[in-house]
Write a protein that binds this ligand. Structure first.
Ligand SMILES: [Zn+2]
Length: 282
């Protein structure tokens, strides 16, 4: 356990010189204790007055927005630059909407995979709040139709595999479900067993894509592993996560990085939020 004076020193060190805030923000002791300060120190190195992990400040809020079971997106959030794409070729559901911001890295990733003899495509891209609500509800109805489960039990079962509306990273427009002809252009267990899945695990980070839902992260996120579900966070943050071995670690998970980063970007005002980390339910 670190002593309170040590938290305070760390806080002053980490927050000093941050472009949006800096020291002088009054921080309650319990807030200081809740922040993962060693992680904050590592993330602080990626923030300059020009960029946040290589992204302009105005992009950082939504690209790094923590979306968990506890932390929703605003219901009316729609990304500003959605485009439809069939990048990669394999697109069983037709062209998918994604943010234009991620297209260069997405196309570069698909090209690099092809160079390794792996064909990747987009199974599912951006999903609106309303679409997610319909998908979640249809899953709950399927559960209820089997009988024996209450509404609450059915929702809990579905929520291991599907996010509630507002809680899907797909609403960001920077998150995709990938597929491959190797998996019959599907997802699920068939995709998990493919070379394509292995390739994504080993190399997607080079193009800014990370895997939020791994076996290791399940106790924290509350979601079953989804090796086809990738979220773009830019190449710099993805490289840091990979260097820190996030794929095989139960903590910190991607959400921990994002909550801590959000607190840093708020210049201290978000410290308490950083302690109120989501995804702790099983
Ligand atoms: Zn997904």
């Amino acid at each position: 356990m670190l002593a309170m004076w040590w938290y305070t020193l760390l806080a002053l060190f980490v927050l000093s010189g941050l472009p949006s805030g800096g020291p002088g923000v009054a921080l309650a002791d319990d807030c200081l204790a809740a922040v993962d300060w060693p992680l904050a120190v590592r993330l602080r190195a990626g923030i300059t007055s020009e960029a946040v992990f290589g992204l302009p400040w105005e992009e950082a809020r939504w690209v790094f927005y923590p979306v968990t079971k506890e932390r929703p997106l605003p219901a009316d959030y729609v990304p500003p630059d959605l485009v439809r794409t069939t990048a990669g070729g394999a697109a069983p559901a037709g062209p998918q909407p994604v943010r234009q911001l991620i297209l260069p890295d997405l196309e570069a990733m698909f090209a690099a995979a092809r160079a390794d003899g792996v064909v990747l495509g987009i199974y599912s891209g951006y999903r609106s709040y309303q679409t997610q609500a319909a998908i979640f509800e249809s899953g709950v109805r399927q559960q209820l139709a089997r009988g024996g489960a209450s509404r609450a039990e059915a929702e809990a079962r579905v929520n291991r595999f599907r996010a509630r509306p507002g809680h899907s990273q797909h609403q960001l427009g920077t998150t995709l479900d990938l597929t491959s002809p190797e998996a019959g252009n599907g997802i699920g267990g068939r995709f998990a067993a493919t070379r394509a899945s292995q390739w994504v695990r080993e190399r997607a980070w080079e193009f800014g894509f990370v895997l939020p839902y791994t076996e290791a992260s399940e106790p924290r996120t509350g979601y079953a592993p989804e090796p086809w579900h990738v979220r773009w966070v830019g190449r710099e943050l993805a490289a840091l996560l990979m260097a820190e071995g996030y794929l095989d670690r139960s903590e910190p998970v991607l959400d921990d990085y994002l909550f801590t980063l959000e607190a840093l970007l708020a210049g201290g005002a978000g410290e308490c939020q950083a302690g109120n980390r989501g995804g702790t339910s099983g």
